[in-house]
Design a binder for this molecule. Structure first.
Ligand SMILES: Cc1ncc(COP(=O)(O)O)c(C=O)c1O
Length: 373
């Protein structure tokens, strides 16, 4: 059997007509940039998320860049983020000349560790730190309540990197709506994915929302009058139209992911591999379903790949050990929890349309590997 990490064809087939009609409408209107379809999608997101404002942008990386700029982060400012995340979280910070300040993760949730953040904020160099970007990794919320308390104490802006967790909740509130800004990625493989690159920023602050609209659109106040140094980071209307159709299905899809995760959990317990830990304050929408091997993920991933199962490692190298961030001066051993997570965590395929046979085959193979290996 061959099981992909994700099969978008199965997601698209049952809603194909709706998607085709939405795309056709944009073509018929020729409203490709900042069209009515974008406004409609932003209104749908506001309703869905409970945030006051939503700005569609080109992708999840640009969403972080724009949020940093709109919140007044400047070159030389320090921005705390976890070292165990996708490159873009810190890449966005570095791209505007600000300095990523890495924090370790919690050993159970794999999200940013409050103790690690507190340690950073107890140093003298904290004075340069102006913001923090918690990442809601794999689809469950970081301890955003604790982070907001620290942020208030140290006067830090908070950008929730919600690239992997759009639709997840922290104490009943949608991820991305609790900080100063929440940034979302609609990369095709995300739980809510576009037909190309796409992203969005959530905020409850009117002035920030206005700045975001100007920044994403070349700094325009009016056509050919440029208030600030903006960028071309608008969300295409065609992508917005696709996303507006898919948004209606998101909660249903996430529920199915949760059921699959539950099935995996039940059938993979007692094997000495760690299933996901979900704290009470969040639900988990399983953008990724992760297991943690006792020593190394390598044997598991190779074995599962041999058996036709597309298991992956997100992420094999924490950011403080990436070549591109060498200039920041970190070294191996600086963030032990992140370094050991990178060696031990691996994923199993998870997507709403998986069949019972596929799930059972995956479980059988993981059990075989655990017992024999
Ligand atoms: C945690 C995290 N942050 C940021 C991004 C960047 O999003 P995009 O690929 O849409 O630029 C991603 C995307 O994979 C992500 O997983």
């Amino acid at each position: 059997m061959k099981i992909q990490a994700l099969d978008l064809k199965r997601q698209i087939a049952p809603i194909r007509q709706e998607l085709d009609a939405a795309i056709k409408e944009v073509i018929d209107n020729t409203s490709f940039v900042l069209g009515q379809g974008l406004v409609r999608f932003e209104e749908s997101v506001v309703k869905y998320s409970g945030a006051k404002y939503a700005a569609g942008v080109s992708n999840g990386t640009d969403a972080i860049v724009l949020a940093l700029l709109a919140l007044g982060i400047e070159p030389g400012d320090g921005v705390i983020c976890p070292t165990f995340t996708y490159y873009a979280t810190a890449g966005a910070v570095a791209s505007i000349g600000a300095r990523p300040v890495f924090a370790d993760i919690d050993a159970d949730t794999y999200n940013i560790s409050l103790e690690s953040v507190e340690r950073i904020l107890s140093r003298k160099s904290r004075l340069k730190i102006k913001a923090i970007i918690p990442v809601h990794l794999y689809g469950q919320c970081a301890d955003i309540g604790g982070i907001l308390k620290l942020a208030a104490k140290f006067k830090l802006k908070v950008i929730e990197d919600t690239a992997q967790a759009f639709g997840a909740e922290y104490k009943g509130k949608k991820a991305g709506t609790l900080g100063d800004c929440g940034t979302v990625s609609f990369y095709p493989g995300k739980n809510l994915g576009a037909f190309g690159d796409a992203g969005l920023i959530l905020t409850n602050n009117k002035a920030v929302a206005e700045r975001l609209n100007i920044l994403r659109n070349q700094g325009n106040s009016d056509k050919y009058y440029h208030l600030v140094l903006g960028r071309n980071n608008r969300l295409d209307t065609i992508q917005a139209a696709v996303l507006d159709v898919k948004l209606k299905y998101l909660d249903g899809w996430n529920k199915k992911r949760q059921e699959i995760a539950q099935y995996y959990n039940e059938n993979l317990s007692g094997l000495g591999i760690k299933t996901p830990f979900v704290p009470d304050y969040t639900n988990h929408i399983y953008h990724q379903y992760t297991l943690r091997a006792p020593v190394s993920n390598k044997g598991f991933v190779e074995y599962l790949q041999e058996k036709g199962i597309d298991s992956r490692v997100f992420y094999p190298v924490p950011l403080h050990l990436q070549k591109c961030f060498k200039y920041l001066g970190y070294k191996a051993g600086d963030f032990p929890e992140s370094e050991s997570a990178a060696k031990q965590i691996f994923t199993l395929p998870i997507y709403p349309e998986m069949t019972r046979e596929e799930k059972d085959y995956i479980i059988e193979q993981v059990r075989n590997r655990s017992v024999n290996g």
